[in-house]
Write a protein that binds this ligand. Structure first.
Ligand SMILES: [Zn+2]
Length: 130
């Protein structure tokens, strides 16, 4: 059984990004956004980056296939999850590189295209983009 964290680590490796693997968690409460990169700070001010995925949006199997996610055709839920993970890991990469903006910037778009072939900087799933 390959965990989401291991899949994220494999994506980081294949992209050649030497970043520590981060927690990837499923959230039952995210209903508008398929994936989210969040950084929480503990009481000592230490940053804890994390990726959250939406159970309601990503675990459903009743979609018509293929689905376009990040501008890429996906044929099953596993491929959708993989594209969302790649997308959120780009946010992680920009944050780790101490970019002032780790949103959907020009550098984000370029990394998404060059590393993963994403044609779009939005997921295309859910109403809100993370
Ligand atoms: Zn995003």
């Amino acid at each position: 059984m390959i965990t989401l964290r291991q899949r994220a680590a494999a994506i980081l490796r294949s992209a050649g990004w030497e970043l520590p693997p981060l927690p990837v968690t499923w959230s039952p409460r995210m209903i508008r956004c398929a994936g989210l990169f969040v950084v929480e700070h503990d009481l000592r001010g230490r940053a804890h980056p994390e990726i959250r995925l939406s159970i309601p949006l990503l675990r459903r199997r009743d979609w018509p296939w293929p689905q376009t996610v990040c501008g890429v055709n996906c044929r099953n839920p596993e491929q959708v999850q993989e594209r969302i993970l790649e997308h959120e890991l780009i946010h992680y990469k920009l944050w780790s590189d101490r970019e002032s903006d780790w949103g959907h910037t020009e550098r984000f778009r370029r990394l998404a295209l060059d590393q993963f072939g994403h044609q779009s900087v939005t997921h295309g799933i859910g109403a809100e983009e993370g």
